[in-house]
Design a binder for this molecule. Structure first.
Ligand code: ZN
Length: 277
């Protein structure tokens, strides 16, 4: 909240640095760098009835300055089909959203003029400890928690390159909202079966479940960490289900004034409004 690591309880917000006498925090990066010890402290020291009310304007990204942001393209069969692209490869298509695009769960996002801005609701995974060559069986142990993400994409810039480019077209300012908070996997009834949905002005445009991921969360972590050491706070966008605007007939893009609501059931909602201002 406002740049300070906070535990969200049933009652509200507990400031980590204050409650721990400075042992943890004050920033999320401090907490993520010491995640295992922090979680043990929080379980022992913070009760559900602790905390004070907070305003939604204070809520920022749960990993505000990740060292690395990974994203998986075409990780649901339905989405691959609608884009006419193949999933026959032996490895997932991995790209980055440049970390400067990471932002919080609420507020306004500026549409690039002359562009076609599309929506992609995704489950986001936030790494909780250094991960290097980890097995799929062990992979969830390296996860701090999950969040909702929007992989906002400007399709004109994406498709103007040949072959199409992903990273730049998906990295305009605030094109990587995540949140509203980090939910530890033990809080989820089934961490491998999470329901996602996306609405524009209340109209359902995307729906899916992470049980239909072509490459599961543990498999993604195994494959990424076989090449790149993962750091605490690193963010992984796991892919989007069907229903994006580019694949519609006629195609549909986000318009000025549109309100986009992105949800993972049991995790939370992002809510953004789009503007040219
Ligand atoms: Zn995506």
């Amino acid at each position: 909240l406002d740049g300070r690591a906070t535990v969200i309880t049933d009652a509200g917000a507990v400031d980590v640095a204050t409650a721990s006498d400075g042992s943890y925090g004050p920033h999320m990066s401090d907490v993520l760098d010491n995640w295992t010890a922090f979680v043990t402290w929080a379980r022992e020291s913070v009760r559900p009835s602790d905390g004070t009310p907070f305003s939604r304007e204070s809520v920022r990204a749960p990993s505000p300055e990740p060292r690395q942001v990974f994203a998986i393209g075409l990780n649901y069969a339905e989405h691959a089909e609608e884009t006419g692209m193949s999933t026959a490869g032996q490895e997932p298509a991995v790209f980055t959203k440049f970390p400067a695009c990471i932002t919080g769960p609420y507020g306004d996002i500026i549409l690039p003029r002359g562009g076609n801005t599309d929506w992609e609701v995704e489950l986001v995974v936030i790494v909780g400890q250094r991960a290097w060559r980890v097995s799929a069986d062990a992979a969830w142990e390296f996860v701090a928690g999950v969040s909702v993400g929007q992989d906002l994409s400007e399709r004109r810039l994406q498709m103007a390159a040949d072959p199409p480019q992903f990273s730049l077209a998906k990295s305009f300012p605030r094109f990587g909202p995540i949140g509203p908070w980090l939910v530890t996997p033990d809080e989820l009834p089934d961490r491998d079966d999470l329901h996602l949905s996306c609405r524009i002005n209340g109209e359902l445009v995307q729906e899916g479940s992470t049980r239909n991921l072509i490459y599961s969360v543990p498999d993604i972590i195994r494959r990424l960490s076989s090449v790149v050491p993962l750091n605490p706070g690193d963010v992984i966008f796991t892919g989007t289900p069907g229903g994006v605007g580019m694949a519609r007939s006629p195609q549909r893009w986000l318009q000025e004034g549109d309100e986009l609501t992105s949800e993972v059931r049991g995790v939370g909602q992002l809510c953004h409004r789009f503007t040219y201002a």
